[in-house]
Ligand binder design. Structure first.
Ligand code: NAD
Ligand code: UDP
Length: 316
């Protein structure tokens, strides 16, 4: 693991799935971590094991409101990420991306901190370009049910680049593709957690549509390594940078793999495909390879086994 100088780091959304892994990694590197989270989809359980660390501090805070702390770096991860959660209160989702980004960028500007944005492959919408590279502008339905998330994240990117051009804020924008692993919320409806929980409980596997839509799943440890490397690029480098696993598979294949790995008796049951569900998604990670010498290294089966172990323990 590369060692960096000790820093004070703010992680918004730090009690969520990705945020809790990031806090853990930053603490392991010896940094002081402030985790700000309103616990909408995250939980104290995710960061319970960090609470006794004197370098860790938890703040219950909603980033749509201003925050004043002194830090060297900000990782802005706060935002519900699963369709059922971000569609639960879509106006709040847009506010979190837009008002939240303005607050965090304003903070970064004032205290001259470097700021990382957890953007998403959803900025590409239902893409006509495959695999997706950073130069592609995307195909998002601006008035659909996913728009609160997709357009919110697109506007957040706009704000990041305008704060960079207008106020010289040091920004790092990552476009994250589907990521999975321990501490995913079991009830947030994302496909990996849904299928694993269903398989472990021998309940029907809820496959949406014909299961022919594709995704490329990245294990969380690989992704967090990418975050750290991107944050440590030279000041002039802003991204956006795709971070994800190139291994593309259909949702039907994912269902079968999870049934095999769990030895489940579950049957696959088809459900209607949700509105605007992207038909294919795979990152082009040439930029990450070239700039930060990064690619995902954990094989899908290995990552799924670790995730299955986690959910098995949770379900006990
Ligand atoms: P998550 O839902 O587990 O974590 C999000 C965290 O943000 C939660 O702890 C939640 O309580 C917190 N939060 C939400 N709104 C907030 C607000 N207004 N103020 C403060 N905290 C708030 O999701 P995740 O998978 O860990 O995603 C983290 C980030 O990464 C999100 O910004 C998401 O858009 C992005 N992302 C994730 C994926 C993925 O596959 N996991 C893919 C693309 C992008
Ligand atoms: N999906 C599915 N069954 C589920 C949950 C999701 O077939 O129980 C599908 C969903 O329609 C999508 C893919 O799996 O095509 C990934 O869904 P997820 O919500 O995990 O992520 P996103 O759609 O944001 O990529």
């Amino acid at each position: 693991m590369i060692k960096y100088n000790k820093k004070q780091v703010l992680v918004t959304g730090g009690a969520g799935f990705l945020g809790s892994h990031l806090c853990e990694r930053l603490l392991k590197e010896g940094h002081i971590v402030i985790c700000a989270d309103n616990l909408f989809t995250g939980s104290k359980e995710n960061i319970h094991h960090l609470m006794d660390d004197h370098n860790f501090e938890f703040l219950r805070h909603d980033i749509t409101l201003p925050l004043f702390v002194e830090v060297d770096e900000i990782y802005n991860l706060a935002c519900p990420a699963s369709p059922i959660h971000y569609q639960f209160d879509p106006v709040q989702t847009t506010k979190t991306s837009v008002h939240g980004s303005i607050n965090m960028l304003g903070l970064a500007k004032r205290i001259k901190a470097k700021i990382f944005q957890a953007s998403t492959s959803e900025v590409y919408g239902d893409p006509e370009v495959h695999p997706q590279e950073e130069s592609y502008w995307g195909r998002v339905n601006p008035i659909g049910v996913r728009a609160c998330y997709d357009e919110g994240k697109r506007c957040a990117e706009t704000l990041f680049f305008d704060y960079n051009r207008q106020h010289n804020v040091n920004i790092k924008v990552a476009r994250i593709f589907n990521t999975y692993g321990p501490r995913m919320n079991a009830h947030d409806g994302r496909v990996v957690s849904n299928f694993i929980v269903q398989a472990l409980t021998n309940e029907p596997i809820t496959m949406y549509g014909e299961g022919e839509q594709t995704r490329s799943f990245c294990y969380v440890d690989d992704l967090i390594e990418g975050f750290i490397r991107l944050m440590n690029t030279e000041d002039e480098f802003t991204g956006p940078m795709n971070l994800g696993n190139e291994n593309e598979l259909t949702i039907g294949e994912l269902a079968k793999t999870i049934i095999d790995l769990t030895g489940s008796r579950s049957k696959i049951i088809k459900h209607p495909l949700p509105q605007d569900d992207p038909t294919q998604r795979k990152p082009n990670i040439s930029l990450a390879r070239k700039k930060i010498n990064w690619e995902a290294s954990i094989q899908l089966k290995d990552g799924l086994i670790k995730t299955i172990d986690y959910f098995e323990m949770k379900l006990k």
